[in-house]
Design a protein around this ligand. Sequence first.
Ligand code: PRX
Length: 643
Amino acid sequence: MAQSNVFPPSPEFVKRARVQGMEGYRALYRRAAEKPEEFWGELAEKELFFFQKWSHVFEWHPPFAKWFAGGKTNVAYNCLDRHLATHRKNKVAILWEGEPGDQRLISYQELHRLVCRFANVLKARGLKTGDRAIIYMGMVPELPIAMLACARLGITHSVVFGGFSAEALKTRIQDLEAQIVIAADGAWRRGREVRLKDAVDEALPDCPSVRDVVVLERTGGAVHMKDGRDHWWHELDEGVSEHCPAEPLDSEHPLFALYTSGTTGKPKGIVHTTAGYLIHVHMTVQWVFDLREEDTFWCSADIGWVTGHSYIVYGPLSNGATSVMYEGSPDYPQPDRMWRLIEKHRVNILYTSPTAIRAFIRHGDQWPNAHDMSSLRLLGSVGEPINPAAWEWYYKTIGKERCPIVDTWWQTETGGMMIAPMPGAVPLKPGSGTLPMPGVVADVVDLEGQPAPANREGFLIVRRPWPGIARTIWRDPERYRQQYWERIPGVYMTGDAARRDEDGYYWILGRVDDVMNVSGHRLSTMELESALVRHPAVAEAAVVGKPHEITGQAVACFVTLKKGDWNHDELAEDLRKWVAHEIGSFAKPEQIRFTDALPKTRSGKIMRRLLREIVTSNAVTGDVTTLEDLSVVTRLASQHDEE
Ligand code: PRX
């Protein structure tokens, strides 16, 4: 499918859409650009509940932004309480299915009750506004319940993806100085138990800030409970009051810190606050998913990543949607688990990743074709560029050429979608995220900040803060400034390369920094390198992303060894296990090459650019590489490095 193919919205779709036609999109975009404070102020007034109105919609002390300053609100109140006096009271808020096939349908009223109870449990442990909680669970309803209970009280939460190891968990707990860890005994994944509580036990001896651990019983596996520190969720929950008023919190109160990989060995805690984040995710659900009251909405991400925060929990619930949550692996017990779920629950909107789509293509069309998925009306993609073959398959085999595909570009730091089509307005071009959201003043520029001509690649930037922008890095505002705002002074640097075509459509080309994107998960080369050199056999390590047919990129390592008599095959296996221990199994290297020396510049910097070329030219795999245009990214990345 050529990149020039254009898919305008069908007249039937437009007729019922929230934003209709390009005029509809342009009017919103123009008003947000010309009068941002009025635009966002009016939306917040109409769409959200505030205990106290703000004094200023926007305050800007570069690089630190405030939205709705002086206002008081509460995210959990907006996601729950406000629906209870409406027809949504008994509507399903969370439609959950466990991997073994168990099912829970939780109404707004019931979710409110469960959240209030758990908030009271947290209060009884002495937690209060301003404290921090680490949440380390699988995809069970108690995960959003814990998040919303924290939000209700003003406890800043940090969800750690269940695939992270004890070591990764530990560094996050330490950085956040969390008082409590909310965990589960385990989680189901491909029929096996992921033993989460064991990892908590391994992490905690080095985490003096943690007073309490609350453990949800999910798998029933044997766990060790430490006296005085560890408590079962169901025991603490006994006899607890169902009444717990939501705290009126400052608009800029930190809702969560989510750790993501940067260009150093240390992950950064991206901080999102309350009112601005909420209006951003709330509106993008309406604009991009074109959400209707009767929709069943499924974002198949894990809540451990930002996509799950914004588009399973906060965005859908603040809109009163029915949000589907599935615990396990999409191919378990068979490769049609996802299609089975769509058929069974009559899902209308599916939001997933190109990696998942490529894996489904490999399983074969017989799996989706065996299911009636005619309930679907809209498809979404996120996390990495979608290659033409995956787009076409998603469009034809899953959407039956009826469902628009919204390809949404955004980042942990942006809070919500930034470049994405409004499906009843913007014609689609496969592989392009299309046009920016209202309030997003994006551009493609050179290193001097000068706009690139049409179709010329450059750095993707945003010129002005938008409501959902990350406010800082947890306890490291200086790193926030340097990382995002200093390279080109006064503009937000995304770290991605892009080009804009003659219609103003954005095409994302990939990262220009030392960050990889494996299965839509961000991994830092430096973080992996520091993990590798902690291994006793390793002298030096260089890590680069290698194109991969399914996961987009895979981890490739070049390693030099300390003196010794090493068996390379055994050592490679040992290093893979080591990375799983230090970071998590999802970060395991696909390729490890032992070498005598690493290519370096005269100043001693490892020339990752060369290594990237080596792993790339060795394994050219069709679609993925053509879309990513690696030579461009490599060139831009070296400019970026040398500046
Ligand atoms: O390189 C871009 C890629 O994923 C990065 C952000 O990763 P993360 O913070 O983990 O958030 C992922 C989910 C929002 C971006 O810098 N990326 C994300 N979405 C797309 C994408 N690349 C191309 N097209 C997308 N739709």
